[in-house]
Design a protein around this ligand. Sequence first.
Ligand SMILES: *Cc1c(COP(=O)(O)O)cnc(C)c1O
Length: 390
Amino acid sequence: MSIPFIDLKTQYARVAEQVGSGLDAVLKSGAFINGPDVARVEKRLAEYAGTRHAMGCASGTDALLMSLMAFKVGPGDAVFCPSFTFMATAEVAALLGATPVFVDIDPVSFNMDAADFERAVRAVEADDASIHPLPAHAGKLTPKAVIPVDLFGQLADYEGILPVAAAHGLYVVEDAAQAFGATVEMDGVTRRAGGFGQIACTSFFPAKPLGCYGDGGMCFTDDDELLELLQSIRVHGQGRDKYENVRLGVTGRLDTIQATVLLAKMDIFDDEVRLRQEVVRRYADLLGSIPGLTLPSVGAGRVSVFAQYCILAESTEHRAQLLERMSAAGVPSSIYYPKPLHMQPVFANLRYAAGCLPVSEDVAGRVFSIPMHPYLTMAVQKDIAAALAG
Ligand SMILES: *Cc1c(COP(=O)(O)O)cnc(C)c1O
């Protein structure tokens, strides 16, 4: 029997009845766009994230793109983001003609290093690459926004990042694509993914902790005006009525069908987050004694939803050996992410030098992921551990 990397089939068995009846109702209603389940899931997820508003959209990438559009990000603007993340985080800035300024990560959490972020902002303000590596650019850049990423399901270091952003007047857009359901205790209150920044974004790509059955995403905000702006951008910059356009926008809506799927999955979501913690505890027991592996660690007061279970090998060669062993044993594995964004061919025009963000580059050379989902059993986890132990 083959081991799935992410087991959506077992999950489907749990929600099949409700998904089936929900989809049947949508199909019979014909309300495929803006059906009542869209507003329902927006309300439910805003309550969950602890924000006043949520707006469904077509993907996590669209959520990020529309957020930057709402802040009128464009040419000459610097948008700070970690280099060790999924392409979409930086892509949206570049698509709008802005310049991504890459920041290094913390070697333990893999999330953006707040001190390095602060240096990067000062470097842009002073236009001085001796303070922090800067991308090649024409003219002086204006620091405009930061996109902290809650990588692999763990909230970014908002304790460190938010004061820097505030001190320098930057918009904060949380990229919570991998972290819906994650929490942190801050100043004695529990704060949730989706609740950071002026706008937070998540993705419902099927493999994310809260996934739908296609593409989908959501923006979260407390700000009434930003919500209105985002809603306009979501349908071609719509004004007072459908055929008045007051700004440029996109087609960025969430399908009713996906909203219906999400409502069904929300009923079991907290239980799945709990199951993920059990899986992670078992991995810690099974893998803790294997020499040369650095297991993921979650900061004090934080709960990760473990979108991925990422391990560090000792070296790139060691990782290759481990991946080969797993492959021989029929255990699927993956590398998130083999190349930091500042080294991606598409950003060659930014002329970042190899070695300039050393932690991102080191981690990209050693990291790998093993199966992670709420329905992993002890027996399968033992097989995975045996493959890794060799
Ligand atoms: C998946 C992901 C996105 C993009 O989400 P899509 O719904 O696939 O467009 C953005 N940022 C991060 C960190 C992601 O993992």
